[in-house]
Ligand binder design. Structure first.
Ligand code: DGP
Length: 138
């Protein structure tokens, strides 16, 4: 499948759709997931036009991992998360629903189940106070 320039994350990168931003550098962007599977669920995307990690350049993959690690540390510290889950889905059969390469960073705690993947959208305004805590720990 060819990369679709109008996928939702490409539109966020172009500033056509808002996001609750956490961090940005020349190769990556991190922001809050609007369909969080847990409070503090963040996404880290590459600025390369790549559908999945298999299409991403080695340099782009290295940058994506570096930022994912940075955000995971901030989620752990800023939210006091005992565990942090990283997920990265390649292709619809693997559960990918937005076809622009990204990592999920999901805080986890004992005995707290995750919500279903990409199911329920929250009001973006509710994400800002959580994002502020993550930013504060970067
Ligand atoms: P995946 O299924 O791995 O491609 O995950 C895509 C994630 O993107 C999913 O958790 C829901 C989230 N998502 C979908 N649309 C938007 C959006 O417009 N803004 C934000 N911030 N997240 C989105």
């Amino acid at each position: 499948m060819a990369y679709d320039n109008n996928n939702i994350f490409a539109r966020i990168l172009r500033g056509e759709i808002p996001c609750v931003k956490l961090f940005e550098d020349d190769k990556t962007l991190a922001f809050m997931d609007v369909m969080p599977q847990a409070e503090g669920h963040a996404l880290v995307i590459s600025k390369e036009a790549a559908e999945n990690i298999l299409d991403l350049s080695p340099d782009g993959a290295a940058a994506l991992i570096a930022t994912t690690r940075k955000i995971a540390k901030a989620v752990k510290k800023g939210l006091g998360a005992p565990g942090v889950m990283l997920a990265q889905l390649n292709g619809a059969p693997a559960g990918q629903s937005v076809f622009h390469v990204h990592f999920h960073v999901i805080p986890r705690s004992d005995g707290v189940d995750m919500h279903l993947h990409a199911r329920d959208m929250v009001d973006a305004r509710t994400l800002e106070p959580v994002a502020a805590k993550i930013r504060g720990a970067l």
